[in-house]
Design a protein around this ligand. Sequence first.
Ligand SMILES: [Zn+2]
Length: 81
Amino acid sequence: MTSYPLEASFLILAWFEHGVGHNTIKKIFTMGIKNPWHSVKQPVYHNHSECNTGNNIEKENWRSGTGGKRLCDECKDWARK
Ligand SMILES: [Zn+2]
């Protein structure tokens, strides 16, 4: 069983619930591919697994993809680290 960063566990659950397969999730973590996601309640999308805002999206508001929104500032900061 692959272990994932603890902070990303909620995000992974959301991915599972939205039909993202285990292999895809594994690929995201091992290859660093970022699948964007967003909340219907926020004006931004997220693409970094350590983004607090991105990981605190309520399940019912969670959607995959960018939603045509701009990238979240916190995710931008993570990308620079
Ligand atoms: Zn973010």
